[in-house]
Design a protein around this ligand. Structure first.
Ligand code: ADP
Length: 311
């Protein structure tokens, strides 16, 4: 195989109660990437379409993650890699734009090298890219992009990712106001200490959410989607958040929260029809503002990154 085309999915991190540990993968929202072997050694970003991003390998998360992988590949290579990135997700979206590129690059190179690395190792390389994007090597977006479905980052040192089942037929509707909130900035507004009473409620919800996924329990899943710690601070950065949440729940959503560090707002629905109803309600609320926005509807993917084509 000399060339591979992949779909690099968007992801929702945090999922209300699971700040920095929970994430899930989207099925139809994401970027495309083409990675090919070339005679020149190393990693070159040869094309970026859709948004303005650096082409230098050490300034683009795809390049940083790819180089982290190649540093660990012990056999001598007499070729290198060229990466084309077709971005559909704006950086600073909160739905894992940087994670899609980092995860996509290492997944594709691993395929071209005949899969010497495990999925867990790929997450390890990809989070080096995340370190460039947001200042710390977070794994809660790259893990679901690589493993698919829902994931829990059990620990970061050593890295331990737990794959969780998804609920059957689960859909997400995402409202993406077209303003950029950098992960780095939205982390600085968070409190350094939390009240024990809030922490107790929060970890009860994380446990309940994990149980709900294992037992396919939509009611418990819905009841667990509350964030007592982060959302009260970050929601202030997102125009109209409370109204959006209220209307999504009224339209039948199981829950609503801030995706990653925002500004995207995610909702979950039991089926496609409810996801459409939620989209209509979010659309009518945000049309009243002057802020441009996009709405995405997607199934939750259990697959993660998908191979579109190989040559
Ligand atoms: P998101 O949640 O959308 O990934 P982040 O703030 O975590 O947002 O990451 C966006 C930052 O990463 C921006 O500063 C962007 O310039 C940088 N970046 C570098 N390479 C890429 C890439 N290939 N895709 C997206 N963002 C990138």
């Amino acid at each position: 195989m000399n060339e591979i085309t992949i779909f690099a999915p968007a992801t929702i991190a945090n999922i209300s109660c699971g700040f920095d540990v929970l994430g899930c993968c989207l099925d139809t929202v994401g970027d495309e990437m083409v990675v090919r072997k070339v005679p020149e050694k190393g990693v070159k970003i040869s094309k970026i379409e859709g948004v303005d991003l650096p082409f230098e390998s050490d300034k683009n998360v795809a390049g940083v993650a790819a180089l982290a992988l190649l540093n660990e590949f012990k056999k001598k290579l007499d070729f290198g890699f060229e990466i084309d990135i077709y971005k559909n997700i704006k950086p600073g979206s909160g739905i894992g734009s940087s994670a899609a590129s980092a995860a996509g690059a290492v997944f594709a190179i691993n395929e071209l090298l005949n899969k010497p690395f495990s999925k867990l190792q790929l997450v390890e390389f990809a989070r080096k890219g995340e370190e460039l994007a947001c200042g710390s090597p977070i794994a809660d977006n790259v893990a679901p992009a690589i493993f698919g479905g829902f994931t829990l980052v059990k620990s970061t040192n050593p890295l331990n990712i737990i794959e969780l089942p998804s609920l059957e037929g689960l859909y997400t509707t995402i409202l993406h106001p077209q303003i950029e909130i950098k992960t780095e900035d939205s982390r600085t507004i968070l409190p350094k200490k939390v009240a024990l009473t809030d922490a107790v409620k929060q970890w009860a919800n994380v446990g309940a959410l994990v149980h709900a996924l294992h037992t396919n329990d939509y009611n418990l899943f819905s009841e667990s989607l509350t964030d007592f710690i982060v959302e009260p601070h970050r929601s202030k950065l997102i125009y109209g958040f409370d109204k959006v949440k209220e209307s999504a729940l009224k339209a039948g959503a199981l829950g609503c929260g801030i995706s990653g560090s925002g500004p995207s707002i995610f909702t979950f629905s039991k089926n496609h029809q409810i996801a459409e109803n939620v989209a209509n309600s979010l659309n009518s609320i945000y049309l009243k503002n002057n802020i441009p926005f996009k709405i995405y509807i997607s199934k939750i993917s259990t697959q993660g990154i998908k191979i579109i084509n190989t040559k």
